[in-house]
Design a protein around this ligand. Structure first.
Ligand code: CU
Length: 388
């Protein structure tokens, strides 16, 4: 027993060492959406009920994806743990559509309220503490799905309708002129790397954990993943193949390009930048599209880097087992595709190879061989897509 206490002490110390600026938070502060006060504020009345259309969540999907997702190879029990709250869920839309629908102001209001009461800082710290569990292995997509779901519940408890996503593929060929990077949304970049206008500008917003101005580093000529390259990843029937392609590819490029060499998005504390949440929401949309295209795909414990992923592993600090993040139905998420009349694709169908994801991959400690393979594949796919 004394040994256990000593080990716990060492664990606590190593967390503290990893995060010297912030003491380890108690579970209560890390779980704002679960506390009784917040829960009672989350009334159905404050969130207009909107259910999914059958086209967004086909009923067959539940049947084919749900219980069958545990293969015989994994003989663990498949019940228990937190079931995610589905009441009040709303199909997530692209942020430009959110604005057109008139839901943007409520979203920003809710977001800023989570910044000022310290909730957002707890998510940033949480992301750092779960770094090894949540990146460069099969947990990547399930972990971030739950991270976003919990964050969305907190936003909803403060009046937002849902967490929107940023379809970065639409801006992939002309990032500098993206409407997303203007005062209307997430701000224009100043020459010193800070944000010059909009709600997240220097002076209006500082990073939740260290109180510094937000910094970004994209520049002329930078490209992100065009949708045909993402579709290529979705077409991979293997979960780990798709997950690796997305994490090292589309996901890493957005972090590296938006953050530049050392900006807010290029480091482990990347949830400091609000674009983190919208970017990861699009990554989750890609995971969702893959699930719709691969109904009945078994829970895949296979892994592309470390260890195995098992259905009953808990996604900390929430009591959510990995299996509850596996299907869109169990995880209670759903998406509306971007409306091409609102989310205009820049570049008239041009597809250039995505820029290098070096910044984020290096800072994150990614496997360099895998990174090179994924980058090479993306370049080859550009050629293939152009020929088709
Ligand atoms: Cu992450």
């Amino acid at each position: 027993m004394h040994l256990t206490q000593a080990l716990l002490g060492i664990l606590a110390l190593s967390f503290a060492a990893a995060l010297p600026q912030e003491p380890v938070e108690t579970e209560t502060t890390l779980l704002p959406s679960e506390s009784s006060t917040v829960q009672s504020q989350t009334s159905q009345a404050s969130i207009p009920p909107e259910t999914f259309s059958t086209s967004t969540l086909p009923p067959s999907e539940t049947n084919t994806l749900a219980p069958s997702t545990t293969s015989e190879a994994i003989s663990e029990p498949t019940t228990g743990g937190e079931t995610l709250r589905c009441s009040g869920r709303t199909a997530r839309k692209e942020v430009r559509q959110m604005k057109q629908d008139g839901d943007w102001d409520a979203f920003i209001g809710a977001y800023m309220s989570l910044v000022s009461d310290g909730t957002l800082a707890s998510y940033v710290n949480q992301h750092v503490q779960s770094w090894g569990f949540a990146h460069f292995n099969a947990h990547f997509l399930p972990y971030h799905r739950i991270f976003l779901k919990k964050f969305e519940e907190d936003l909803q408890s403060r009046g937002a309708r849902y967490l929107p996503y940023w379809d970065s593929s639409a801006d992939s060929q002309d990032l500098l002129n993206s409407q997303i990077l203007t005062a209307e949304f997430f701000g224009k970049l100043a020459s010193d790397g800070t944000i010059q206008d909009g709600p997240f500008s220097r002076g209006n917003y500082s990073t939740p954990v260290d109180g510094l101005p937000l910094t970004r580093g994209y520049k002329e000529g930078d490209t992100l993943y065009a949708f045909p390259l993402i579709q290529n990843a979705i077409n991979n029937p293997s979960f780990s193949g798709m997950s690796e392609d997305i994490e090292y590819g589309q996901h890493a490029v957005v972090h590296s390009i938006i953050g530049g060499a050392s900006g807010s998005m290029s480091v482990q504390t990347s949830p400091n930048d609000p674009l983190f949440f919208l970017h990861h929401c699009y990554v989750d949309y890609i995971f969702y599209k893959w699930q719709l295209q691969n109904p009945g795909s078994p829970f895949e414990a296979d892994n592309y880097n470390l260890g195995r992923m098992t259905p009953n592993e808990i996604i900390a600090p929430w009591n959510v087992p990995v299996r509850n993040a596996w299907t869109v139905d169990q995880a209670c998420v759903g998406y509306e595709d971007p409306d091409p009349n609102v989310v205009k694709v820049a570049g008239n169908g041009t597809i250039r190879p995505p820029s290098n994801a070096t910044a984020w991959l290096n800072n994150a400690g990614a496997n360099k061989t895998v990174a090179k393979t994924v980058a090479k594949k993306a370049t080859e796919n550009v050629k293939k897509v152009k020929e088709d």
